[in-house]
Design a protein around this ligand. Structure first.
Ligand code: SF4
Length: 222
């Protein structure tokens, strides 16, 4: 889209505050199955799966955790084997040295300071070794009430294309979205943007011609 035209479209569209409700409504109708794609059956499994999901696909993580979670059930189980064994068990998710170090650090903190349970607040979660804000937000949203908005690569791209933010830094994007999006949607919004990003608004070739929010999107090429 030529730059002048993009600016003109942006000027004609209602402000983000007015577009956010219809955006959420339409994306909810379009992706009624939008939810976390990682498999887990306990809070510890959720935390480990999210930690393993950095720099790889959820499908790949699920393939690895299918075996992993049969072998490791409690935080202590991750500490009871030699480091090399755990590295081997998470090898296929990539960055296995770093991920093993982070998982062991977090599991040790859970065992020693949290009675083996995963805390429910972002503040406590980010104090665990190897747990960043994105991981903490995912865990909080799934285990209880979302306390922030998950910003991954899809959320970042779509928030920018839909002009919900002008920022590039995930922390600043999250801050903009938290101001804009009613709290009751904090949990769902990232799933909607992630699924829309995967299915329609591809990074390289967005399918604007079949996008249900094209008329609300200043980046539309339709
Ligand atoms: S109109 Fe195009 S750029 Fe905008 S959200 Fe839809 S697919 Fe993405």
């Amino acid at each position: 889209m030529p730059r002048d035209y993009a600016v003109e479209v942006r000027r004609r569209l209602p402000a983000a505050k007015k577009r956010i409700e219809p955006l959420i409504e339409r994306l909810t109708a379009e992706h009624p199955d939008a939810k976390i794609a990682l498999s887990f059956s306990s809070d510890v499994e959720l935390l480990v799966a999210v930690m393993l999901s950095a720099q790889t696909t959820d499908v790949n993580v699920n393939r690895v955790t299918e075996r992993l979670f049969r072998k490791y059930r409690r935080p202590e189980d991750y500490l009871a084997v030699p480091v090399e064994e755990l590295e081997q068990d998470v090898f296929a998710t990539g960055f296995y040295h770093q991920k093993t170090r982070s998982i062991r650090g977090a599991m040790q903190a859970l065992a020693e300071e949290h009675e083996g349970r995963v805390p429910r607040s972002v503040e406590e979660l980010v104090s665990l070794p190897g747990v960043g804000r994105k991981t903490a937000n995912v865990v909080c949203a799934e285990l209880g009430e979302a306390q922030g908005i998950v910003v991954d690569t899809h959320v970042r791209r779509l928030a920018q294309r839909l002009a919900l933010t002008r920022e590039g830094d995930p922390v600043k994007i999250e801050r903009d979205l938290m101001r804009l999006v009613p709290r009751e949607h904090w949990r769902l919004l990232p799933h909607l943007l992630i699924w829309h990003g995967r299915r329609v608004c591809d990074a390289r070739r967005p399918a604007c011609d079949r996008c249900v929010v094209a008329d609300l999107c200043p980046s539309s090429r339709a």
